[in-house]
Write a protein that binds this ligand. Structure first.
Ligand SMILES: NCc1[nH]cc(CCC(=O)O)c1CC(=O)O
Length: 320
């Protein structure tokens, strides 16, 4: 019998190619361990988002732009799975596709890459900091109102280049992307969650596949990390309640609490979720934490508390 070749679709950015390569290495190791016979092949796909990288994303339709063509190729059976950064994955997947695995998360924090090896506190008064993330800008302005936040677009490699070329004192990037690229030596400081709560799902990946592809689903089930899956589920439910895709400063981060017999009767461990919503200028930051066992309920609970604190007005203000 011939071996099935699993075709893996990917965007062409260095980060996407690197992530996809790591995932295929992990899947090959799982195949050896579990005596599964599969070959893997990479298929590169250019998405609409890649073709218009220099346009502000919120102006042209948001994150979905990076996944639409990939999902169509999967529905058309040109590819069998795709690796996404969890934070770029839409909350609702098209009929027929599922998130088959959430592998173990890496560092969720944001990182400062500064020109003279300075920490956030050491940056000079009025320093120019590059980020196009409303979430990062809002929280940095709240912490250091003197900073001048300016947009910077492009892939990680071009943003690192622009740090030098466009006169920024520092830029902010997700630690996870730098780590996966092998560029963590560029990081000058990690931003603690108390200063800059990460994006929902930051540092995690999602592996999308067809719902009716039992072979791929079985393989992916072996790759799923239940701790990452449950914490990211709470963050994504939080986001889902607050935001139907509009561009607002929102962050969330969930962790499993240490297991000291603190699980419920079904053996589920308790989670803690912190969520934030801010104004674009950082003048107002709403932040709440709660604990619970069910990720959906916890996401809804933290979102509900923020709404009762006035989040709805913030969402309207900036979500135009
Ligand atoms: N917004 C783009 C994006 N999507 C995923 C990552 C890498 C980090 C991750 O996987 O969470 C990045 C770069 C960044 O935000 O610095």
């Amino acid at each position: 019998m011939t071996k099935r070749t699993i075709v893996v679709g990917t965007r062409q950015s260095q980060l996407a190619l690197t992530q996809t390569g790591h995932v295929i290495d992990d899947l090959k190791a799982l195949c050896r361990e579990h005596h599964l016979q599969f070959d893997f092949e990479i298929r590169k796909i250019v998405t609409k988002g890649d073709r218009i990288l220099d346009v502000t994303l919120s102006k042209v339709g948001g994150k979905g732009l990076f996944v639409k063509e990939i999902e169509q190729a999967m529905l058309d059976k040109e590819i069998d799975l795709a690796v996404h950064s969890m934070k770029d994955m839409p909350s609702v997947l098209p009929d027929g596709l599922i998130n088959g695995a959430v592998p173990r998360r890496v560092d969720p924090r944001d990182a400062l890459i500064s020109r003279n090896n300075l920490s956030l506190d050491e940056l000079p008064q009025g320093a120019k900091v590059g980020t196009s993330s409303l979430r990062r800008a809002s929280q940095l302005k709240a912490y250091r109102p003197d900073l001048v936040l300016e947009p910077i677009r492009g892939n990680i490699d071009s943003r690192l280049r622009k740090l030098e070329e466009e006169g920024f004192d520092a830029i902010i990037l997700a630690a996870a992307g730098l780590l996966r690229m092998g560029w963590e030596h560029r990081i000058t400081a990690y931003l603690p969650a108390e200063v800059c709560l990460p994006a929902v799902g930051q540092g995690a990946l999602g592996i999308e596949c067809r719902e009716d592809d039992a072979e791929v689903r079985h393989l992916l089930s072996l790759y799923n990390d239940s701790e990452t899956a449950v914490t990211v589920a709470a963050e994504r439910r939080f986001l889902g309640v607050l935001n139907g895709g509009c561009q607002v400063p929102i962050g969330a981060y969930a962790t499993l609490l240490p297991d000291e017999g603190a699980s419920d009767s079904s053996g589920r461990q308790r989670l803690q979720l912190t969520g934030m919503v801010g104004s674009a200028d950082g003048a107002k930051i709403l932040k709440e934490s709660a604990e619970g066992v069910d990720p959906t309920e916890l996401g809804e609970q933290v979102a509900g508390r923020l709404i009762s604190l006035g989040a709805a007005a913030l969402l309207q203000e900036t979500g135009e």
